[in-house]
Design a protein around this ligand. Sequence first.
Ligand code: SF4
Length: 692
Amino acid sequence: MSGYAGKILRVNLTKKEITAIPTKKYEHWVGGHGMGSAIFFDLVKDKTIDGFNPANVVTLMTSPLSGTLVPAASGRTEVQGIGVQSYPIGWFTRSNFGGRFSSMLKYAGWDGVVIEGKASRPVWIDIRNDDVKIRECASLSLWGKDTWECQEIIWDYVAGEGKYGDWIKQNNSEARTTQRPAVVAIGPAGENLSRVACLIHDASSAAGQGGFGAVWGSKNLKAISVIGTGGIKIHDPQGLMAARLWQKKNYAFDLENLIERWGFQHQAPPAPIALWRGGRPKIGQRPQACLGCHSACRARYDDALGNEASCFASVFYWDAKSLDIQRTASDLINKYGLNAVEMCFGLLYIYLLNQNGVLKSSNIPKCPLDFSNYGSEEFVERFVKMVSYGDDGNGNKSQFGKDISGGFVWAAEKWGRREQDLNNGMLSFPYWGLPIHKEPRAQVYWGYATLLGDRDINEHDFDWLKHDAKIAARWGRKTMATAEEAVKIVTDKMVPYQGDMLMMDFSEKNIYSEHMAKLVSWHRYYTRFWKQSMLFCDVRWPDFLNLYAPGKIGSTGIAEPKFLKAVTGKDFSFLDGINLGRKIWNLDHAIWTLQGRHRDMVHFADIIYKRKASWDVDGKAYMPGIENGKWDYHYYARRTLDRNKFDEFKTRFYQLQGWDEASGWPKKKTLDSLGLSYVASELEANGRLGKG
Ligand code: SF4
């Protein structure tokens, strides 16, 4: 089994039992998300439980590529289980973090970790190769510590207090490493069961969405630490090295010939942060990469403020009075273990309630925040503590703090304001109680996929099109390619729908069409397999349009299976991956169906149908579209979605999936054709199998 460690660690916290699942049993899912969903399906008998139930199972999975030389695919870990963030149902969901945890897990001899049950007292899991222990937090006083303190204490405990680079021996054997353990931990927010809580690894690698911090807190699980001294068997080491060099030479940035683009991570291809620096201190930074990645999109700073933070984590306090306060705020949410996007839009909600004079209304408990110092460090620290501890941020009881700690949409519901504030635009959480990220009226594929799935997709596969056109329009520059060229390059790679350029036509007449249904479907399948199961990083992959590549045609479609073959020896084509992605998507959808999903629930908050976007979430959403018979980039945000036409879109989408149009539930013949007959049986037994 080249590429695999061969076993998956299974830890039952209730029974204090440590066992192993042979990876072979799940190898047909190849890795990552697919394996995680399949294990969850097998182990959780009642899928209707909520995320806080001890019977909830959380998986942390690697891929065969983890810990290898595959660029931007070696260091990410996929996390799954029933989440507690979404509303009204905490869907079976996923999150993902970078760094070096998955690699270290493989070096320790494990392809994943499965966590079951609930410990009677706070514990952490200590993995040193095959030696795995469930240890009580009390002896190291870990419970109550922030995520950084917790990691440092565990590093010292496992590796001693030697300096970086010292050899560390494991368990009195000759096996040794210079690495510190990779630790993923929860902070006070998770311990206090805040639905906004996440998992943090190193400085700022976060499994942000889903509320997994609170799920771990409910299991009394503070951290997992892993250190490994082994390696990974590679099927064709020479081929792997050649593939990496081929990718580097033809598709990575070239320092000698740097093509300057806009200052954002998702460039084509991405360049190290030190080369673009937008919104960062001008001096004292160096690039930082997840293990094995040459893109190095993170940074560390001389003054150690805001280390490794990226995307929302680096800007969550966007009204900070200074860049240093913003960077300090970023550190705070990492230390307390909070989801940056929810904190960002949660803070905006409270701010708008105050601005509009309703924060003091009778059905909202007294808010301890002093808005006269909004933008200051004191303000944000208090806000972060309120959400983390569910109090007034100073250690005193506060119903308001308790309510927002339980999630902002849940708080609005308690205050009798959820519908009203979703519709007046103060509560920017337009689907499943989740914060907006991209404008769903313009980048419709993002909104549709979030609504048809379980979480804000946070998949930037087509997002660069918007950013490129936006920057070009703003600064009077040329786009990387004309809209028609870009759409052709992208859609030519989208097997089995390749050549259908209308998939990327975002004009009003096309956004409810079968072409758009194909785009959403392809995107679900590609990401479910190549990104979330093989763990190709979202910042770097897919490689569609690439300014360094011949004809600007990136390596996606060729590169992914080339790397997989070199590592595992599997003859597995790009299309095989898309097909397996479809199977995984169907399995996930079946789990949501068992949890209570029905077609009638799948709708946006009314505001999306009734009001044009009044502001742009992350800049003007210019998208490709055909107007008057010609392709170009157009600014599509100032429109509403049509409720009836969106309903027709759902019908087209369900037809394409082979699901029951009336209920949205999977049909037996579809599941049978995908090798998921056992899933169909469970749906049938629960009265939730689609007709036909
Ligand atoms: S592109 Fe950035 S987030 Fe992705 S693997 Fe590389 S360093 Fe990590």
